[in-house]
Design a protein around this ligand. Structure first.
Ligand SMILES: C[S@@+](CC[C@H](N)C(=O)[O-])C[C@H]1O[C@@H](n2cnc3c(N)ncnc32)[C@H](O)[C@@H]1O
Length: 423
């Protein structure tokens, strides 16, 4: 659909079935299934964007790379790519997912690691100090086994193999802890029987090994093993990417106060020494509930109307949304800096409702892009067939919740793909 500028509402845009991928399961292909990650991209969607909006020699960038879906797909298509994310756990997962390992080498290291389990002695690890939060989430026995496993992995010389096993261990930490399995919120499940770390690690690593073989084979057959692909631990508002160098940005920004990535990834972050306290870790995440910013104005007219409506209902929510729109403005500016002339920005973004006010993030983003010198090329609406993001919010708190909660309300059943061109 060709669009006119200054679109105030995308509600009349109809769902485009070509972008819904109702019966296509691509989430387990290649290395995509290595680690759970909230609001992960559907790989098919990224594949289609790459095929329709990029050329062979284009550099593809994802400024909110998360667990690296865009980068994996870029590599499969033989396109150079750079990902950026503020979350060190995302950086680790992505590194492992984009760097397939020569299968025999990996097998050997895995066998050695599993053999070493026989030397585990609970007494050697019973009193080790990691972090008080680790003692909160894990039983003594499981904590000791994880500490042992972590030590063994750290002694490995091969960086790619080390990252591969660290990702496997990171993925199973939740299963081995008391964390309520079905929840992205940090809460203890008093009835849970946590998995044994050695068993869970072995089982998940075996699945990853199979996927590594497929990915390695595909890339070596296509001669894409050395295609440039890197992840940078940076802020999307201020990156080290060269100006005017990017053919296409394919990204999905964080939603406003929905996922607290810092909280969700705390088990890995504490175990792997990425953080010592959560509050410092949280504050650089865009869309966080814990932002310290106090603005109530923004540069988008549509955004300002939304903030004004929220101000009448609740100051705190109004500030959160204003912060979010201002962060989006800074990200759009960075996009404009790095994209080359005629290059595309492809953004996947959903709208939501807070306190009965429609927070039209997609419309706001489109307005900001236009203000900054992009031309809107297409606005695609898609329904979300897979539960990659929850579609329920608590009406009172605005946080994601369970359907059975009587205060819950449907959000994000549809999302938009905005395609803008730098003119
Ligand atoms: C919706 S997720 C992206 C998921 C990704 N498309 C995937 O397939 O995994 C949003 C990401 O934005 C990241 N993020 C939040 N604030 C950021 C910032 N200031 N700079 C860079 N990344 C940020 C979060 O860590 C999270 O990984």
């Amino acid at each position: 659909m060709q669009v006119q500028q200054n679109n105030r509402s995308f509600e009349s845009v109809t769902v485009n079935p070509e972008w819904c991928f109702n019966n296509v399961r691509s989430v387990e292909q290649w290395t995509h299934g290595y680690h759970r990650y909230p609001a992960k991209f559907l790989p098919n969607l990224v594949k289609k964007l790459i095929e329709e909006y990029t050329d062979k020699n284009d550099l593809i960038v994802d400024l909110f790379a998360g667990c690296g879906t865009t980068l994996v797909e870029a590599k499969v298509h033989g396109r150079k790519s750079i990902g950026v994310d503020i979350n060190p756990v995302a950086e680790l997962i992505t590194k492992a997912k984009i760097n397939p390992i020569e299968p025999d080498r990996l097998d050997k290291q895995f066998d050695l690691l599993v053999e070493s389990f026989d030397s585990f002695n609970f007494k050697d690890y019973v009193n080790i100090a990691v972090h008080e939060r680790i003692d909160y989430w894990f039983t003594k026995e499981h904590k000791a086994k994880i500490a042992f496993l972590y030590d063994k992995i750290l002694t490995l010389q091969d960086k790619s193999v080390k990252d591969f096993f660290l990702v496997s261990l990171s993925h199973v930490l939740k299963n081995c802890s008391k964390w309520l399995q079905s929840s992205t919120k940090p809460q203890i499940d008093p009835k849970k029987n946590p998995s044994d770390p050695f068993t869970a690690f072995q089982s998940h690593t075996k699945k990853m090994i199979k996927k590594n073989i497929e990915f390695y084979k595909q890339l070596s057959e296509k001669k894409y093993l050395d295609t440039k692909c890197e992840i940078r631990l940076e802020d999307a508002r201020n990156t080290s990417i060269r100006a005017n160098s990017v053919g296409a940005i394919i990204t999905s920004p964080p939603y406003v106060t929905s996922y607290e990535y810092a909280d969700i990834h705390q088990l890995t972050a504490y175990w792997y020494d990425y953080i010592t306290d959560l509050s410092g870790f949280r504050k650089n995440f865009i869309g966080t509930f814990y932002s310290l910013n106090q603005e109530i104005t923004c540069d988008s007219t549509i955004g300002q109307e939304i903030i004004n409506s929220l101000l009448k209902k609740d100051m705190r929510t109004a500030k959160e949304v204003a912060n979010y729109f201002n962060d989006m403005y800074a990200v759009a500016k960075e996009m404009h800096r790095v994209i080359k002339k005629n290059g595309h920005a492809c953004l996947v973004i959903g709208n939501t409702t807070f306190k009965n006010v429609k927070v039209k993030s997609a419309e706001v983003f489109a307005e900001i892009l236009t203000l900054l010198g992009f031309e809107m090329v297409e606005i695609i609406k898609r329904s979300i067939p897979y539960k990659l993001i929850p579609t329920i919010r608590d009406k009172k708190s605005g946080r994601f919740s369970k359907l059975k909660n009587k205060d819950s309300k449907l959000v994000y059943p549809e999302e938009y793909i905005l395609i803008a061109k730098k003119v």
